[in-house]
Design a protein around this ligand. Sequence first.
Ligand code: FUB
Length: 449
Amino acid sequence: MKKNLLQYLSAVLVVLLAVKAEAQNPIIRNQFTADPSARVFGDRVYVYPSHDILATEGKGRVGWFCMEDYHVFSSSNLSDWTDHGMIVTQNKVQWVRPDSYSMWAPDCIERNGKYYFYFPTAAKDTVAHGRGFTIGVAVADKPEGPFIPEATPIKGIRGIDPNVFIDKDGQAYIYWSAGNIYGAKLKANMLELDSKIDTLGELPTKGLKEGPYMFERKGIYYLTYPHVENKIERLEYAIGDNPLGPFKFTGVIMDESASGCWTNHQSIMQFKKQWYLFYHDRDYSPRFDKARSIRIDSLFFNDDGTIKKVTPTLRGVGLTNANQKIQIDRYTQLSGSGVAIDFLDTLDRFKGWKTTFTSSGAWAQYNSVDFGKKSAKAVTINAQSEKGGIIQLRVNSVNGPLLAEVKIAGGNNWITTKKTISKSQNGVQHLFVVSKTDSPVAIDWVSFE
Ligand code: FUB
């Protein structure tokens, strides 16, 4: 009985800890990541992305995609991500051309306790395996590896962006792209095709389609894919009654990126009763869209099973603990003028961003800050302002209850200023940071205690 109570309490604690998360976009903040394939294995989410690096003379093709290996990341709360390190690299796969730098969008799936990692790249023996891209598999006993690559790629596939789906009856399918989207059954060994290849031809005929990702919900099979309907990719989907179609084009999941990132690439999964869209943009590389970063936003369905269009956010998903460094540059909304987001250090963009207020009344809204059960007593702001300024912290709205008015001293250095809170808060609140001076004030983070 005592043991059951303990188990119950620790389960409650795990849930509480899981809820207290600050998942902002992008989610991986120390390296480029793209093409996220997210999977729930056990009680964790694993993401298998591409790993963009910058090509240099003699290493890849300058100005183009450059990828030599894959990492896997996992999280129990979609917020705190563990990098399990490199799992497959071009130099250690027997059949891969070791200088191809083309380890493009991968996928991973579990079957009978084994984890099958699928990756597209170029073979060194073009006579045996053909020119261009083909698809290989590496197998592991755990989601984070070690992964042992198969000696040869899957016979019969020419293309990129593998995606594997196992239907309720246990039949596995593999999808990939090469301008169009293709699909076939996989044998139970997950390593060989078990049917003819179907071209999933009921999709829009004009414009590149790639990056298939299949999932099933309530008997509907959703074939999702990036498509160039206009100038750059947007995320679309088609639905059908069977894993190989026929499919009916149904709608747009996400419009073209406002940043102009030419590619996008999605996976969709449910975790703790909420559906999520994983995708990418070029957050850390505004001028080069082959150095991308993965993001998460919540995804919702209409009653008829159609997908509601997802608006990309910087705020991302989940709650942010009030006592963490709240990065208000990952805002929910900004006032129309007088506020801008810039990198803290353009020589090292992975240091993150700052929010600069340049006029009195300008504001940044940051949603879902969890003040917990105990009231916050003080707030600290990390800021820099040459002439000094005044910042107000409010909740609920730009004119909502005032928590504190903080005077930022003038100077060229970043300084932390602490102020006691006049109106204490608890529970989940939307935070508003409002400037009360016209002199510029840059804020790195805000934190409550
Ligand atoms: O990451 C390289 C390629 O860009 C992927 O394979 C495509 O899906 C696109 O995202």
